[in-house]
Ligand binder design. Structure first.
Ligand code: 5GP
Ligand code: ZN
Length: 139
């Protein structure tokens, strides 16, 4: 995709701090890190979101993310790593090239906003009804 900024990063047309690359995957540091070490793992083949990904690219990104996440943990002595992936404007996806965020929580650092929500008990009847709707949408 000519106008896609992540495709341009893969091609080297926009500079990036690369941490990993293989035949299918590219990984680099986010320039607006939530925490130090915030890394993005992307497929080399353009896909706008989860549902445009081939199963092969999806597996390759996830497997590389597993390895890079461990390297982040080791390098930064992280107490945890959030793996986050947004799809669609409503979910706050800003760059329309599939990307897996790897966001470490560092010792003594603030809680990660992306993994820090309040637990409130739901209405069991509504949860059951929604579960049934999702199951039937699976076909
Ligand atoms: P999204 O909300 O789409 O999941 O996140 C997009 C991410 O891409 C953001 O965290 C943002 O900081 C990052 N980003 C946007 N443009 C650039 C760029 O040109 N270079 C790098 N390294 N990261 C970018
Ligand atoms: Zn792209």
């Amino acid at each position: 995709m000519d106008e896609c900024i992540f495709c341009k990063i893969i091609k080297g047309e926009i500079p990036s701090f690369k941490v990993y690359e293989d035949e299918k995957v590219f990984a680099f540091e986010d320039i607006n890190p939530i925490q130090e070490g915030h890394t993005l793992v992307i497929p080399k083949r353009h896909a706008g979101n989860l549902w445009e990904m081939t199963d092969g690219d999806l597996a390759a990104v996830q497997i590389a993310g597993k390895r890079i996440g461990l390297a982040i943990k080791k390098a930064l002595d992280a107490t945890g790593v959030a793996c986050l992936q947004l799809n669609g404007r409503g979910a706050n996806q800003v760059v329309m090239h599939y990307h897996l965020h790897l966001i470490p929580r560092l010792e003594g650092g603030p809680p990660l906003p992306v993994s820090n929500w309040e637990l409130k008990a739901g209405d069991m009847a509504r949860i059951k009804a929604v579960a049934e709707r999702i199951t039937s949408a699976l076909g």
